[in-house]
Design a protein around this ligand. Structure first.
Ligand code: NAD
Length: 501
């Protein structure tokens, strides 16, 4: 039997290679489908935080001044390498997260989209030019990188969420310190090593592993110019407030509780498939998961029956064995999610399908909880109110479209939502009336493509900047306006008045 001391320790990636830490703190990294610790990860202390930021700071002047053509070649080479080796990364994601391999490949593809957007960055970094605003005077704007930028990412998308940010930040000429989740840290190192292979200079992309100490180190470091955070709402709020107080640019994306409203005229088979895919994909550990099915009561019984019937065909087990759904990330999280099924019973809801004690195609010690369906969930219950972040789909019945929209708008989160209907007029009304950032019309997981931007409203985001797309380029650049006059014999002489045309 391997002792914990003999397990591999994932190290920080700083200045183009592994950093030997001075801090002896580590955290366990599990294989959730085996329920066993597979590795450890180094946790940064002050020396490692300073080393990562110093490496990024040292690399910044040369990277900022590297021609756009050269930067573009490096990002293009990274895209090609990632595309050809994505199955390696998918295996790493599955081993540490538990999601099934096809789903891991899916998240990598969505991250690749942002890399592809970043290859076209020169177009997105163009400024504006106004000629002759005053006689012989031109005004133009230029977009420049910020410097060292910090990215702090969650466990549920260890490849995609970092890729929402670092390709754009690096394309724009910044240097990066990424602090990935300590629960599944290997994907970040793999991506950094691949970018180095693509020709990225040392120090442009650094990975700092750690917990709150590493996060606070970045939030309070004077050389870190911006923070991009994705995670749970309470931490997002803390990150936003602390970074803003420290004078940093900050975008902090938080949690979610996404509703899918199904109207009587919807195609109920399409809606049931969508509810299954968006409710149980990645074991519900997605910020765009559907966790509440809002059914208008005339079709609710039929819809619940269709969902229940499909759930019987889902195979839960080890993501490496071609199953539909994998385990949860940790034992503690599995127990917390399972606890909501007890709450549902106590609060008078109907547990239609109970995922506890499910038979799995995997090791008995894995962190398993099967797909769970709970009908008649009272909106006062914590099952309805809390972000559960597991394979638990609640059903709330309403009398009308209006009642459904009111329910959604009364929620504290505003990340994603979907409507299923065949009425174009009502769908159009929904997109206008619903207070949610990302909306699907007969589409259950409306994650926008890379050239649009990702972000919710209300408690799902702190700060006014969304991720990727044109918003990403705006976030990672600062604009300067230049008013310029080249010598002309018709200059006007001395004038102490405020310049005007
Ligand atoms: P989390 O908030 O626990 O952790 C996110 C990051 O914050 C990690 O890197 C972690 O190390 C760090 N962190 C944890 N506790 C901290 C503390 N006390 N102080 C400072 N830093 C701390 O989130 P998670 O469990 O890794 O991820 C799941 C959450 O992320 C869910 O709430 C989900 O909705 C959310 N999420 C949101 C989006 C979005 O785009 N809105 C996308 C993915 C995930």
């Amino acid at each position: 039997m391997t002792t914990i001391d003999a397990l591999p320790v994932i190290q920080h990636w700083v200045g183009g290679g592994e950093l030997t830490p001075t801090s002896s703190r580590t955290a366990p990294v599990f294989d959730p489908a085996l329920g066993k610790q597979a590795k450890s990860v180094a946790l940064a202390g002050p020396t490692e935080i300073d080393a990562a930021v110093a490496a990024a700071k040292a690399a910044f002047p040369a990277w900022r001044d590297t021609s756009m053509a050269k930067r573009q070649q490096v990002i293009f080479a990274f895209r090609e390498l990632l595309n050809s080796r994505k199955s390696e990364l998918a295996e790493i994601v599955t081993a540490e997260h538990g999601k099934v391999v096809s789903d891991a490949l899916g998240e990598i593809s969505r991250g690749l989209e942002v890399v592809e957007l970043a290859t076209g960055f020169p177009h997105l970094l163009k400024g504006e030019y106004s000629e002759n605003v005053s006689t012989g005077v031109d005004v133009y704007s230029i977009k420049q990188p910020l410097g060292v930028v910090g990215i702090i990412s969650p466990f549920n998308f260890p490849a995609m969420v970092p890729m929402w940010f670092f390709p754009i930040a690096i394309a724009a000429g910044n240097t990066v310190v990424l602090k990935p989740s300590e629960k599944n840290p290997s994907a970040a190192n793999w991506l950094a090593a691949l970018f180095a292979e693509a020709g990225l200079p040392d120090g442009v992309f650094n990975v700092l592993h750690g917990d709150k100490e590493a996060v606070d180190g970045l939030l309070n470091h004077g050389d870190v110019k911006s923070i991009s955070f994705v995670g749970s709402t309470p931490i997002a709020q803390y990150i936003y407030e602390t970074a803003a107080k420290n004078g940093k640019r900050v975008q902090a994306l938080g949690g979610a509780k996404n509703h899918m409203l199904v109207l009587p005229d919807a195609d109920l088979d399409l809606a049931a498939d969508a509810a299954i895919n968006a409710g149980f994909g990645s074991a519900g550990e997605r910020c765009m998961a559907i966790s509440v099915l809002v059914a208008v009561d005339t079709i609710a019984d039929e819809l619940v029956a269709k969902v229940q019937e499909r759930m019987a065909g889902l195979r839960t087990g080890d993501g490496r064995r071609g199953c539909d759904m994998g385990p949860l990330i940790t034992e503690a999280h599995r127990d917390k999610v399972a606890g909501y099924i007890d709450v549902a019973d106590a609060d008078g809801a109907t547990v239609v399908v109970d995922g506890r004690g499910i038979e799995v195609d995997g090791d008995a010690d894995g962190f398993w909880l099967g797909p769970t369906l709970i009908d008649h969930v009272p909106t006062s219950s914590s099952v309805y109110v809390d972000e559960i972040f597991g394979p638990v789909l609640s059903v709330v019945r309403v009398h009308s479209y209006e009642e459904g929209v009111e329910l959604i708008n009364n929620g504290t989160f505003g990340n994603g939502t979907a409507i299923f209907t065949n009425d174009g007029g009502v769908a159009r009304r929904f997109q206008n009336e619903v207070e949610v950032g990302m909306i699907g019309v007969n589409v259950p997981i409306p994650v926008p493509v890379a050239y649009h931007s990702f972000g919710g409203v209300k408690d799902s985001i702190f700060g006014d900047s969304k991720a990727y797309g044109t918003a990403g380029f705006r976030f990672f650049t600062q604009e300067k306006a230049v008013t310029s006059r080249w010598l002309d014999p018709s200059h006007g002489g001395i004038n102490l008045g405020f310049p005007q045309n």
